[in-house]
Design a protein. Structure first.
Ligand SMILES: NC(=O)C1=CN([C@@H]2O[C@H](COP(=O)(O)OP(=O)(O)OC[C@H]3O[C@@H](n4cnc5c(N)ncnc54)[C@H](O)[C@@H]3O)[C@@H](O)[C@H]2O)C=CC1
Ligand SMILES: O=C(O)CCC(=O)C(=O)O
Length: 447
């Protein structure tokens, strides 16, 4: 049996063992598709059934989250934490609060996180969690009661040497604060490293908030430099207007590009003078408003409801919203509009059909597990500062982030070349991340 046949058999088995989890199947397929050449070079991985083990989470926790809204009505949500792989270190990965969350989403995110964390070169394993709770439209007190109830179960499974959650969609500074407060209260331990993305007044680190967006743009900058180009004068489109999107926009502007459009789930705004990022912060981080509120302050801009931002012509696209937000038709629109580089700020935002279309059109593509790894890397830096009771300056933290992203880019680039696929960042990221985890798993024996 060839390596490809073997991998196909493993994938068929993953689908059979995890029915109805389309996003998890997609994430597994994407990685397995790339790693066949690594199996040829390393037959010991196949002998030890590394792939079969990597596709099976070490632990999956599902729990009830009861809470009461402001009117006294009781709600029941479902909480998840999937502790996927601890070969490289304690489980690390965010929590997502969104109505679409179910086990298949948490498993896809946890699986991606394993390889992403490996690519950072830091001692962190992969995990992810969340709930089908939607904080949108909820009062601060409702969000607080939900977070307290969620942590009342989660606390028994986490710890700074076990599993350290952070934010993701729907979980920002406010939620991390409530989660941390409840963890501290229940355990009577000021265990700073148990959660990252904390506020700066209680153990948070400079640049963690900015890190995912800045990191994705640093990665894009490295891709441009690799071909003797830069962001200077580039038209850029960013999807989303949350944590990752806002700081991606800020960094593009600092590097000389112009972000001309961004979005939320209601539609997109187009501002050819460049998105006003301070206004976006005020609307999204403070007022939690819909994106069309942007027009009240920038009347020359336009709002387009219920369409995707990818119809706006650009040279660089940075998807920063959610999974599978670039469908085949969006890829066609981007290619038609002159897009030459797609850099994933979000996790798996590009559908498999769109990835194939980009490859066929020569659009250079950076997968999220490499390009958005700046967030989790900055989380590891936050833990490092917590452990040494230290706090670094913004400038120093940003410089560390920049070096980490440069290093990830260089390794993806070099691995793709080593395996005869120059410029294929997805293959480079999958193989390099997989090799790191596989080597550690081999060293630990059959566990
Ligand atoms: N926060 C972090 O540090 C990291 C986040 N990510 C990924 O980045 C993505 C965004 O996460 P955050 O910015 O943290 O979340 P967020 O909750 O701050 O923002 C999400 C944004 O996406 C928008 N959105 C959601 N569905 C949409 C749709 N169908 N069309 C258009 N916009 C839509 C929301 O309106 C919001 O603006 C997710 O895929 C997440 O997994 C990846 C690495 C780290
Ligand atoms: O900062 C972290 O621990 C996790 C970030 C995250 O969830 C991600 O990289 O997708």
């Amino acid at each position: 049996m060839t390596s490809r046949d073997k991998i196909q058999q493993i994938f068929t088995d993953v689908v059979r063992r995890n029915p109805g989890e389309a996003e998890f199947h997609q994430a597994v397929h994407e990685v397995l598709d790339s790693v066949a050449p690594a199996l040829v070079k390393h037959p010991e991985y196949a002998e030890a059934k590394i792939i079969e083990r990597i596709c099976e989470p070490e632990r999956q926790i599902i729990f009830r989250v009861p809470w009461e809204d402001d009117r006294g009505e009781v709600h029941i949500n479902r909480g998840f934490r999937v502790e996927f792989n601890s070969a490289l270190g304690p489980y690390k990965g965010g929590l997502r609060f969104h109505q679409s969350v179910y086990l298949g989403i948490v498993k896809f995110l946890g699986f991606e996180q394993v390889f992403k964390n490996a690519l950072t070169g830091m001692p962190i394993g992969g995990g992810k969690g969340g709930s089908d709770f939607d904080p949108k439209g909820r009062s601060d007190r409702e969000v607080m009661r939900f977070c307290q109830s969620f942590m009342t179960e989660l606390y028994r499974h986490i710890g700074e040497y076990t599993d350290m959650p952070a934010g993701d969609i729907g979980v920002g500074g406010r939620e991390i604060g409530y989660l941390f407060g409840q963890y501290k209260r229940i355990t009577n331990r000021y265990e700073s490293g148990v959660l990252t993305g904390k506020g700066l007044t209680y153990g948070g680190a400079q640049v963690r908030r900015e890190a995912t967006g800045y990191g994705a743009v640093f990665f894009a900058d490295e891709m441009l430099r690799a071909v003797g180009d830069s962001f200077d004068g580039k038209r850029v489109v960013v999807s989303g207007s949350g944590n990752v999107a806002i700081y991606a926009i800020e960094k593009v502007h600092q590097l000389g590009g112009t972000v001309v459009a961004c979005s939320d789930s209601s539609g997109y705004v187009r501002d050819d003078k460049g998105i006003d990022v301070e206004l976006l912060k005020e609307l999204k981080e403070v007022r939690r408003a819909r994106i069309d509120a942007y027009l009240t302050h920038r009347p020359h801009a336009s709002f387009v409801a219920d369409r995707t931002v990818w119809e706006v012509p650009c040279q660089v696209a940075v998807p920063c919203a959610t999974q599978n937000e670039i469908a085949a038709s969006d890829a066609a629109a981007l290619i038609k509009g002159g897009c030459a580089i797609v850099v994933e700020g979000a996790n798996m935002p590009t559908s498999p059909e769109a990835i194939r279309a980009f490859a066929a059109a020569g659009v250079r593509f950076a997968p999220g597990k490499a390009a958005n790894a700046g967030g989790v890397a900055a989380s590891a830096l936050e833990m490092q500062q917590n452990a040494s009771r230290d706090s670094w300056t913004f400038a120093y933290s940003e410089q560390r982030l920049r070096e980490i992203m440069r290093d990830i880019h260089a390794r993806c680039h070099a691995t793709a070349e080593e395996y005869g696929m120059p410029g294929n960042y997805a293959a480079g990221a999958n193989i390099d991340g997989f090799r790191r985890v596989a080597e550690a798993m081999l060293a630990h024996g059959l566990i």
